[in-house]
Design a protein around this ligand. Structure first.
Ligand code: MF3
Ligand code: CO
Length: 263
């Protein structure tokens, strides 16, 4: 989501029955991402991916969380190379060497789920692969900090520390968010900041954590389509996101499974 701006607001604690529905919404997102992963290859257009997503969501009895959101025109976001987030599916054809961020969201029985991965198209450069690995690892390290009793900015700090240790930069203009009966609920979750600040995390909070990382400078601009955010310097960008539930122990990843960071 776009941020930071207002920040404040009550962070809802989901009941066990609400969490049960959010698990279903998360499973839909997981299955959809699996389909999309198999379909991303040279020659495919991003609009074809969008159509596949609509078909899968419909078959699973879900709706897109993004279509119509503040007028967003498609079912998923597809962000290629220097596109950071919110790329609109089009007749653009993927080619070998591209990286594509695929961001998807579902609504099941009124509850939302949100996740993203960045995928390689054919053979990609070593730098692109490293960027993807570091961004995914940063997400996992952030999720590791999403523990009852920790503070919100412990997540932010873990992500920033990992990213900057590899010489990459964290995008500031977009942040993670709470999620539930709305796509974006409090709190906003920046991917940077000192540890030990912000609300104390409690079991039942559901958060969408989503680092966006550039090989070059952090600054982004939005294209005239009003949505697509690109790096100002044209450098490559990657984006990974999971919806997670805070518990008494390690977080429950609603949109996938835990992956050990590579380093
Ligand atoms: N994961 C993105 C976000 O939280 C997806 C939003 S796409 C939009 O901002 F189209 F719905 F805005
Ligand atoms: Co999100």
């Amino acid at each position: 989501m776009k941020g930071p701006a207002t920040g404040a607001g009550i962070i809802e604690i989901k009941s066990p029955s609400q969490l049960q529905i959010m698990r279903q919404a998360g499973r839909v997102v997981q299955e959809l991402l699996e389909h999309l992963k198999r379909s991303v290859k040279p020659g495919v257009t991003t609009l074809e991916l969008d159509e596949l997503a609509l078909g899968t969501l419909t078959r699973l009895g879900a709706r897109s969380a993004f279509k119509g959101y503040h007028g967003y025109p498609a079912n998923i976001c597809t962000s290629v190379n220097d596109e950071v987030v919110h790329g609109i599916p089009s007749r653009r054809r993927l080619k070998a060497g591209d990286v594509i961020g695929v961001d998807v969201g579902s609504i099941v029985d009124g509850y939302y789920s949100d996740a993203a991965v960045t995928l390689s198209v054919g053979e990609i450069s070593a730098e692109a692969q490293d960027l993807m690995n570091v961004t995914e690892d940063a997400l996992m390290l952030g999720i590791d900090q999403a523990r009852e009793g920790n503070r919100l900015s412990d997540i932010s700090n873990a992500i920033q520390t990992k990213v900057e240790a590899h010489g990459y930069s964290v995008v500031r203009e977009f942040v993670g968010h709470g999620i539930g009966t709305q796509l974006h609920e409090p709190p906003q979750i920046p991917n940077y900041g000192a540890p030990g600040y912000g609300p104390v995390l409690k079991a039942g909070m559901v958060l969408a954590i989503e680092p966006m990382v550039n090989t070059g400078r952090a600054e982004v601009r939005v294209l005239p389509d009003g949505w697509t955010a690109v790096t100002k310097d044209g450098s490559l960008s990657a984006h990974f996101e999971h919806t997670i539930a805070v518990t008494g122990r390690e977080a429950e990843i609603l949109t996938g499974s835990r992956k050990k960071p590579r380093s």
